[in-house]
Design a protein around this ligand. Structure first.
Ligand code: SF4
Length: 64
């Protein structure tokens, strides 16, 4: 499973970091989220899916 954040859609509300702090980090510069990795470790897949569903901007793209 892979994950990516579409930078132009992210508004930096941080829901993804609440749901999956091991997978996302907010930039110190612009507050937008970045995925810490592209290939999701198996133990984080459920948390990443929940983060993607919680993102109000549909900015998190998960590829199964
Ligand atoms: S939840 Fe979505 S909009 Fe909010 S910081 Fe994360 S990726 Fe960006």
């Amino acid at each position: 499973m892979e994950v990516a954040v579409i930078d132009e859609r992210c508004v930096g509300q941080g829901m993804c970091v609440l749901y999956a702090p091991q997978a996302f980090v907010l930039s110190d510069e612009d507050g937008r989220s970045q995925a810490r990795f592209r290939q999701v470790p198996p133990e984080l897949e459920d948390a990443v899916r929940r983060a993607a569903q919680a993102c109000p901007e549909q900015a998190i793209i998960v590829t199964e």
